[in-house]
Design a protein around this ligand. Structure first.
Ligand code: 3PY
Ligand code: MG
Length: 255
């Protein structure tokens, strides 16, 4: 099993970030800050399929595991990112056990799943297919997102699906879907997050969540969540630029 998957399954604290800037330089800059992993966001960033492999390669240079959030449930997209050498996949908007089983099938080779064999980068461009096949099912992380009212209603069946490593909560989509947007919906959203977390932990799955800032990571860690995607490269860039501009203006106007 890969070190990364072992840590996921052991529920070690893992803090990574989304990568939305479609350039290897951005990945290298982020990787040098030593996150536990990077999640390339193919769902919500404007990243073309042929760019994914370069982004994964850039993370590999710094020995930072790169997973990819695929745009949807298509097995072709899951195969493409795993063939490119990603350490795992994050499948968004999984709302039924059937969708969870389809994600397992697309991620795992037979006999567990139905992933196709190909001569991609992950398999040494065809020169290491047997070696890759022997370890892929053991080393690749499959995380699925529960972030809809339907997913919340079906949570017990979803977490029972064998082959899923981690249930990842998307609070943004979940808050919209269950009508818990904004401060007025905080309690309802927290309850939903709590229900997903307990169901997942009770069946031995690890749990992850997106957080825009580190402020409440301790609280969610206390609830049993171990895998955090903290903000994104674009969010960090914006925060750093605005903070530094404000600091420079303050320093300049007080002299
Ligand atoms: C959400 O909040 O909906 C997410 O998908 C976060 O990654
Ligand atoms: Mg989402």
């Amino acid at each position: 099993m890969s070190d990364f998957r072992t840590k996921c399954l052991d529920r070690s604290l893992l803090v990574g970030t989304f990568s939305a800037i479609p350039h290897p330089v951005a990945i290298e800059v982020m990787a040098q800050a030593a996150p536990d992993f990077i999640c390339i966001d193919w769902e919500h960033a404007q990243i073309g399929r042929e760019r994914i492999e370069d982004l994964v390669r850039a993370a590999d240079v710094h020995a930072v595991p790169a997973i990819v959030r695929v745009p949807g449930h298509a097995p072709e997209a899951i195969a493409a990112v795993l063939d490119a050498g990603a350490s795992g996949v994050l499948v968004p908007r999984v709302s039924t056990a059937e969708q969870a089983r389809a994600a397992v099938s697309a991620t795992r080779y037979p006999p567990i799943g139905n992933r196709g064999v190909g001569p991609g980068r992950a398999a040494g461009y065809g020169y290491r297919i047997p070696t890759y096949l022997a370890k892929a099912n053991e080393t690749l992380v499959l995380a699925i997102q529960v972030e809809t009212a339907e997913g919340l209603a079906n949570i017990e069946e979803i977490v029972a699906v064998d082959g899923v490593d981690l249930i990842f909560i998307g609070p943004g989509d979940l808050s919209v879907s269950i009508d818990a947007l904004g401060p007025a919906g905080h309690e309802k959203l927290d309850q939903a997050i709590g229900a997903i977390t307990s169901a997942a932990l009770n069946t031995g799955r690890a749990v992850g969540i997106f957080r825009p800032s580190p402020d409440d990571i301790g609280r969610w860690r206390g609830a049993g969540i171990s895998f955090f995607i903290l903000a994104s490269d674009t969010m960090f860039l914006g925060t750093a630029v605005s903070g530094n501009l404000a600091a420079a203006r303050k320093a300049g106007s007080s002299s």
